[in-house]
Design a protein around this ligand. Structure first.
Ligand SMILES: NC(=O)c1ccc[n+]([C@@H]2O[C@H](COP(=O)([O-])OP(=O)(O)OC[C@H]3O[C@@H](n4cnc5c(N)ncnc54)[C@H](OP(=O)(O)O)[C@@H]3O)[C@@H](O)[C@H]2O)c1
Length: 294
């Protein structure tokens, strides 16, 4: 089966570079300059030319705060893009795996979010991702929407790399302690997608719908930062900054963030047999890669 992946230069997209997937799979990564998902014509031409058996959408506008200033761009990529993909996939009977986010929720729940909890995004990014999900659901039955949270990886920019950079520059780092979530290695997300793809490739047709996946182990950004620095210190002898816990109100951002981003991931386990993996090995891999690039 031929799988095309959009947004191939992103954190998640780049994780498909080194994997062969499974026997019989051919992966064709497409960066933004090879396929701009906001162009209906490009989507049509690409899907027609490559005739994939499955499309994975890892392309997104992910600048959460900038989205408040340029909602047009966010909605073009996060709503119109998935709509284009879903419509073209429907016309050609091709399934679509689309990645979404914990930011579709407002974070006011006191328990982990299940897939059917009502969406209530706090900002433009979350709303654009929610409307992208809805576009996929409304247009194409054969879809998987995979919501993930707190993504970090070797490629691109993310919280882990930001902490490592500013931890080297400053003696003191202030990090919010009241947002709860589960970090998720980009490499593990690619693995989850391939596992779902393999089941679709084997003829699975009873599992379309929305799923949550995150790394195993709830934390806060403050505790995650502590773990990043202590692991960095044990791997590369990092000079540890002082980490000061602050509340979200002490760190105002253009877009509000959910206080609770924790997912209940039991559906993906029950349907696909996919278990949450601890995020610490992914963190170690990012720290080692960061050290080797220094
Ligand atoms: N990052 C997180 O913490 C997080 C958390 C929850 C969910 N998610 C979701 O996880 C998915 C993957 O996120 P990520 O962290 O891998 O994002 P990322 O690193 O920002 O990568 C997104 C990729 O999409 C590309 N792109 C942007 N506009 C495009 C367009 N019009 N056509 C084609 N490609 C386009 C970007 O291209 P350029 O390289 O040219 O900019 C970039 O390579 C997204 O759906 C995101 O919403 C992310």
């Amino acid at each position: 089966m031929r799988l095309i992946i959009t947004g191939a230069n992103g954190q998640v997209g780049r994780e498909f570079e080194k994997t062969a997937g499974f026997p019989g799979l051919e992966i064709i990564p497409l960066a933004r300059n090879e396929l701009d998902i906001t162009s209906r014509r490009q989507v049509e031409k690409t899907v027609e030319a490559l005739a994939p058996g499955l499309v994975v959408n890892a392309a997104a506008y992910t600048a959460v705060d900038m989205a408040e200033k340029e909602p047009g761009k966010a909605f073009a990529v996060n709503r119109e893009g998935p709509l284009n993909l879903a419509e073209v996939c429907r016309a050609r009977s091709v399934p679509l795996i689309h990645i979404s986010t914990d930011y579709v929720f407002d974070g006011t729940s006191r328990i982990p979010y299940v897939e059917d909890d009502p969406a209530s995004p706090l900002g433009v990014y979350g709303m654009s991702k929610w409307e992208g999900e809805q576009a996929v659901r409304n247009v194409l039955d054969e879809h998987i929407i995979l919501r993930v949270s707190w993504v970090f990886g070797v490629h691109g920019s993310n919280f882990v790399k930001t902490m490592l950079r500013i931890g080297k520059e400053r003696r003191e780092v202030r990090v919010v302690y009241d947002q709860h979530g589960c970090p998720t290695p980009a490499a593990d997300i690619a693995g989850v997608i391939l596992s779902i793809a393999e089941q679709i490739c084997s003829g699975r047709t009873d599992a379309w719908g929305t799923y949550h996946y995150s790394g195993l182990g709830e934390t806060t950004w403050f505790h995650f930062a502590q773990k990043i620095f202590s692991m960095a210190d044990s791997i590369v002898a990092f000079s540890l900054p002082v980490i000061i816990p602050i509340s979200s109100t002490e760190y105002p951002t253009p877009a509000k963030r959910p206080l609770n981003s924790v997912f209940d991931c039991s559906r993906i386990k029950a349907v696909f047999g996919i278990e949450q993996a601890p995020w610490e090995p992914g963190l170690e891999a990012v720290i080692r890669a960061w050290k080797s690039e220094e």
